[in-house]
Design a protein around this ligand. Sequence first.
Ligand SMILES: *Cc1c(COP(=O)(O)O)cnc(C)c1O
Length: 379
Amino acid sequence: MFYKKRLLAPGPTPVLEEALLISAKPMIHHRTEEFNAVMKDVFDKLKTVFVTKNPVLLFTSSGTGAMEAAVANLCRTDRPALVVRAGKFGERWGDITKAYGVPTDVIDVPWGQAVDPADVAKHLKQKPETTAVFTTLSETSTCVAHPIKELGEITSKTDTLLVVDGISGLGGQECRTDAWNVDVVVAGSQKALMIPPGLAFASVSEKALKKSKESNLPKFYLSFDKHHKNIAKDTTPYTPAVSLIFALQTALDRMVAEGMDAIFNRHKILGEAMRAGVKAMGLTVFSRRPVDVATAVDVPAGVDGGKLKKLFDTEYGITVAGGQDHIKGKIVRIAHMGYMDFFDSLAALAALGMGLNKLGHRVDIGAGAAAAIKRIEAA
Ligand SMILES: *Cc1c(COP(=O)(O)O)cnc(C)c1O
């Protein structure tokens, strides 16, 4: 059977066609009025998408580059940082703080669960000298959403910053940066922002900018100060990925036109539809506090999760993600973010059911599809 290729993993994600086309435009010089006008528009619209009045810095790197920038610009070697570890990406924060020699405290949360804000509050009471709490908007490895708003209520009353890795969530999963008192939100281009990998972002609050002046860690390419100063001149300190920025401008145009409330709501409905479909097939969702941008489905007992994931690809043309580390083979992760729509989700649900049936675990695909459609029709 011939199937169209569908990229439904939680990043990289499918690229908006207009964005692909515009990135094929002839190159222009980055120190020109023409490009400055593009950057001005991009910096402006990034604020809308990050739901902030603060500047959003732009780096030419993958998302992790902006994570590293946050650590290098905010932390000190003689002051502790607090890292929330509830999966692969929370762990990455700790790997970066340790690489920079920052004394690192951790709150370990079992995979599949979200951090309890009370644990963070307790920790900060004991260690008010903590520079920043590093956490994750959408913990992509477990498809869990941490309670960012509640964490912001805690840190905003202290001298500690709240730094959120929003790489897989931003532009889909609700994130109200200023209203939720988030000091730094880091994002990457290849997930809900609908363009290829290669750009990273960090919104920076006044509290964070102030703190960045006190940091004693080395930085050069990723200096917040240099990037921040260049925003005022509608530019970046070094040559940015010009073609990706054309693509970004196109994607941001579309997002601003749709509006962030509408975008958050659309993803919320997609998440609910997917979970309803999964449950109606008699399956379970791995995440206790699921994100809206991707769904982690438990692989039923007796089914080889590796084989299931492979079937998606080889039989149905759909790329999804499996589990990582100790949950490898135990979950499949299906994204519904950015340039993906409900019919992509429906295809993924059908493939999930067909794959399971093929592997000997019978499920009612019709019931799954009906439940998902019902949620969409109610929207
Ligand atoms: C994808 C992802 C990253 C990794 O970003 P890179 O662009 O590969 O550096 C970090 N954090 C989260 C939550 C992600 O989903």
